[in-house]
Design a protein around this ligand. Structure first.
Ligand code: 5RP
Length: 298
């Protein structure tokens, strides 16, 4: 029962001290509601303003991709080093330990595979996304493809549904054989995602012109890694992307297909969060790789 007598009198009103009103650290996100900002602040580090997301949703269009044949063996050891996990609901339930405590960017659109035509997709039920405690909803936007209208409708619809429950949306600029990855296309596609309500955009790094892609996108951009590159080159790409305005990476193959994925994701973190130059990050990769190899010989 509430006490009605003997309570201390309230007296510490801080008269004359203006109440603090902080601006939110991510661009384009200052006017979002508390739940949205809370979820975004779990994904992006308030210290660096950046994120290392680990993408392993490839199976939903590609089947058992190299490096993802046994996600329990290849992905689970990487989870501790990621800020956010981007995956399908299948992978989440099947292999991601619910005790990992990592925010989930849930693949919330699906519908076709590499065997037919990519990007003819529908979206998941919002209740399913809430049940899975998704921190962000990832939806494909195939701008310029035959499925442009379908995917923009998917994006706007998931933005509306996510808004009801404070869940931000990641607009994923699509992969597709017919889509060019130059600055002109990527800036158009990224901007279309943001203008249609995406809170974060995932796109590809390009050179020249990535700084224009990032600058003209009013919300944070994270880059996909794309096809596997030699580790040194992948770190160079991550470095150039954040240096030119990306708020981090949402990388898959260049991490889980690396010769030493656990070392690789830590080297990527060095670039994204700690400002390592590509050569320093590659040295970190080699050092971690060598110490892992020594440990396995003991
Ligand atoms: C495709 C995706 C994938 O998750 C993403 O492209 C994977 O990352 P990477 O290119 O680094 O393997 O969103 O729609």
């Amino acid at each position: 029962m509430a006490d009605t007598t003997g309570n201390l009198d309230a007296g510490d009103y801080g008269i004359g001290i203006p109440q603090k009103s902080e601006s939110f650290f991510l661009k384009g996100s200052n006017h979002l509601d508390w739940g949205m900002q809370d979820r975004l602040a779990r994904i992006f580090s308030p210290r660096s303003g950046r994120s290392v997301m680990l993408a392993f949703d490839h199976g939903y269009i590609m089947g058992p991709t190299s490096g993802l044949e046994r996600m329990d063996l290849s992905i689970v050891p990487l989870i501790a080093h990621a800020d956010c996990l981007m995956c399908t609901r299948g992978a989440l339930r099947q292999v991601v330990p619910p005790t990992s405590g990592k925010p989930i960017s849930l693949r919330a659109s699906a519908g076709s595979t590499v065997l037919t035509e990519l990007n003819d997709e529908v979206i998941l039920d919002i209740e399913e996304c809430i049940r899975l405690n998704a921190s962000m909803l990832a939806v494909m936007a195939a701008i310029g493809s035959r499925f442009e209208a379908v995917t923009i409708r998917n994006l706007t619809s998931i933005v509306d549904q996510g808004a009801r429950y404070g869940i931000p949306v990641l607009g994923v600029t699509a992969v597709g054989k017919e889509l060019t990855r130059d600055a002109r296309y990527l800036s158009l596609a990224s901007r279309v995602c943001a203008e249609n309500g995406a809170h974060v955009v995932k796109t590809y790094y390009c050179t020249p012109g990535f700084e224009k892609v990032a600058a003209s996108c009013p919300v944070p951009i994270v880059i996909a890694g794309g096809k596997k590159l030699p580790e040194r080159e992948a770190l160079q790409m991550a470095y150039e992307a954040v240096d030119q305005g990306a708020a981090g990476v949402d990388m898959g193959r260049n991490v889980f297909q690396a010769a030493h994925p656990v070392a690789m994701i830590q080297a990527v973190r060095g670039v994204v969060h700690d400002g390592l130059k590509p050569e320093q990050a590659f040295e970190l990769y080699q050092g971690l790789r060598d110490s892992t190899e020594k440990m396995s010989c003991v």
